[in-house]
Design a binder for this molecule. Structure first.
Ligand code: SAM
Ligand code: DTB
Ligand code: SF4
Length: 345
């Protein structure tokens, strides 16, 4: 006899009367209504379903530790309303502009991150786009250096051309982070200096250069539940799915236009993580910015919901992150393993 939980858990697959099949789990044609139904499902059912998929696709029960470094901070010409690095809000945020760090400084930081247990090193630049020249050549050296240490290397540098993506691939880049941030419908409320299409074009260049895609978004910017569903739907429509999906909760930075947004409820984050896990079973879902405000229990629920990566280290790009000792203790207490080698892509 089927039990009630199984019936609700399989709410989507059962609709056509077909038995749920493993091959149907990797889909690129989720509809907004389907995604909304998942996002709004009773929390226990949602967690149960996400955890079931998570266990099947991620038997190793690992959590990847990715350390972040801002290699070029501030004075960005884009107007992303959440971002402390935008030049548009520099007077209000008071953030100091910095020039591109030199390669040795970056590699020292990567070595420190590796010694602390990270296996992925992510470098972020407050650029609108990559420009060919000395600065890009320097970033390519950073990528080679980080890869030479046996770490995964990820960069987030803004928009890219196909040729630039290929040069990054040649340097050995593992992943390129470029977030959709939100739904196409809400996007214009947050950013006016580049389009959603621009973002998708960059992701297409990354994919065709053979670099893995890291792309996700932010919740808590005033978007609706439908906007959240749409963002996940579009990420899941990419074929193949992004290898990594960071889910950020807005870090409201004083001086930015979104500074006064009410804080994201932890359970909203749990729902986003679980829905991402269900839509993209193989993807590494990263519990990203904003988790500093969440307690141990909420983070544990995110791990149960399918999060299997975190940003690890005292700092994100410009804001503070969780304590590393506390992160390691939580992972151990949960019975999860720290991923101790670069992921096999
Ligand atoms: N300039 C590049 C770009 O926008 O692609 C790379 C750096 S940018 C800071 C990387 C991502 O960080 C953004 O797409 C956004 O999702 C996230 N982010 C920035 N500020 C944030 C904030 N205050 N809270 C949460 N996430 C944030
Ligand atoms: C992502 O999705 N989140 C990270 C990383 N990719 C580059 C950045 C979070 C930034 C949070 C605000 C700050 O520290 O400046
Ligand atoms: Fe610039 Fe990236 Fe910040 Fe937007 S998110 S202002 S592009 S650094």
């Amino acid at each position: 006899m089927r039990n009630a939980a199984a019936e609700t858990v399989e709410f989507n697959e059962q609709k056509n009367g077909a038995a749920p099949q493993r091959s149907s789990e990797i889909r690129h044609d989720w509809t907004t209504d389907e995604v909304l139904e998942i996002l709004r499902a009773p929390l226990i059912d949602l967690l149960y379903r996400a955890q079931g998929l998570h266990r099947r696709y991620h038997e190793d029960n690992t959590v990847q530790l990715a350390s972040l470094l801002s290699i070029k901070t501030g004075a960005c010409p884009e107007d992303c309303k959440y971002c402390p690095q935008s030049a548009h809000y520099a007077k209000e945020t008071g953030l100091e502009r910095e020039t591109l760090l030199d390669v040795d400084t970056v590699l020292e930081k990567a070595q420190t991150a590796k010694a602390a247990g990270a296996t992925r090193f992510c470098m972020g630049a407050a650029w609108r786009e990559v420009r060919d020249g000395a600065a890009f050549d320097q970033v390519l050296d950073m990528v080679r250096g980080v890869r030479g240490m046996g770490l995964e290397a990820c960069v987030t540098l803004g928009m890219l051309t196909q040729n630039q993506a290929e040069r990054l691939a040649e340097a050995g880049l593992t992943a390129y982070n470029h977030n959709l941030d939100t739904s196409p419908e809400f996007y214009g409320e947050i950013i006016s200096t580049r389009t959603y299409e621009d973002r998708l074009d960059t992701l297409a260049c990354v994919r065709s250069a053979g670099i893995t895609i890291c792309s996700g978004g932010i919740i808590g910017m005033g978007e609706s539940e439908t906007d959240r569903a749409r963002m996940l739907e579009i990420l899941a429509s990419l074929d193949p799915h992004p290898e990594s999906v960071p889910i950020n909760a807005l870090v409201p930075v004083p001086g930015t236009p979104l500074a006064e947004r009410p804080p994201v409820e932890a359970m909203e984050m749990v729902r986003m993580v679980a829905t991402a896990r269900i839509l993209m079973p193989k993807t590494r879902v990263r519990l990203s910015a904003g988790r500093r405000r969440f307690g141990k229990e909420a983070q544990l629920l995110c791990f149960m919901a399918g999060a299997n990566s975190i940003f690890y280290g005292d700092k994100l790009l410009t804001t503070a992150n969780n304590d590393t000792e506390e992160d390691l203790a939580l992972i151990a207490e949960a019975g999860l393993q720290v991923l101790d080698a670069p992921a096999d892509h």
